[in-house]
Design a protein around this ligand. Structure first.
Ligand code: FES
Length: 249
């Protein structure tokens, strides 16, 4: 993409949730959740080709009252998942945050089609595979011109839970973002028999252990298996390690 085009594609469509909602990453322990957003299992559902297509809600996780309302495990070893039980003190994990504080678009690659544009920040891949639902999104971007093709393109980008992929209208420069209330999902991926990350939706601020905030984004996935190399964000490692949280699916 040329520089003058790139200046048109700058507003990612993410808006910050009310500031009562935020998640604090602790240095060596759990995520502390403020503002009592609803927490639900979000179970990936396939299409008729067996590819990730939508989510259905599983159990609602009831939260204790008070602030923070709960502490969610991020080492992956708690026996009371999704909550912390102190297992991080003896778990084999590295709690260090290594993710960038830069805006997502700084490290994104761009793919330009006749009608739509794709930005792709590979470091934020949560391996949910909606990008393959009806053909690979990197192929679709180059040929989507009909409403049906564009809808599939925006479906594949918008369902990407970690927000790695953003779909843009080429003519207006507008990003397509699904509307989310501030809320938290625990991703379950029965297609490959693993549990996935914490899906943070609706612009909830994520504050690092050192007090800095990451970019406000409408879709973010936080690692809860403890093994990501891009903490606090999920990098898909849970799929390779076949991590499970033990919750009913
Ligand atoms: S939950 Fe995805 S890498 Fe940890």
């Amino acid at each position: 993409m040329t520089d003058n085009k790139a200046t048109k594609f700058t507003d990612t469509g993410s808006r910050m949730a009310p500031d009562t909602f935020y998640i604090k990453v602790t240095a060596t322990g759990p995520y502390l959740v403020y503002g009592a957003p609803p927490i639900d299992e979000e179970i990936i559902v396939p299409n008729e080709d067996g590819n990730s297509w939508s989510y259905r809600k599983g159990i609602r996780i009831s939260q204790p009252t008070g602030e923070p309302c709960c502490a969610l495990c991020r080492c992956g070893e708690s026996q009371q998942k999704p909550f912390c039980d102190g297992a991080h003190n003896t778990a084999d994990w590295d709690p260090l945050e290594t993710a960038s504080f830069d805006p997502i678009l700084k490290d994104s690659k761009w793919y330009e089609g006749p009608e739509v544009v794709l930005s792709d920040n590979e470091k934020l891949c949560a391996y949910a595979r909606f990008c393959d639902a009806c053909g690979r999104v990197w192929t679709i971007v180059g040929k989507a011109t009909t409403e049906e093709e564009k809808n599939i393109f925006y479906h594949e980008t918008g369902f990407c839970p970690g927000g790695r992929l953003i779909g843009w209208d080429r003519k207006t420069g507008q990003a397509y973002e699904p509307k989310f209330d501030p809320s938290i999902g625990l991703i379950e991926d029965p297609l490959i028999k693993v549990s996935g990350p914490i899906w943070v939706k609706g612009g909830i601020r994520i504050e690092s252990a050192d007090g800095r905030s990451y970019e406000i984004r409408n879709r973010v996935t936080l690692c809860r298996c403890g093994q990501s190399h891009n903490k606090p964000f999920c990098d898909g490692t849970h799929a390779g390690t076949h991590w499970r949280d033990g919750l009913p699916v």
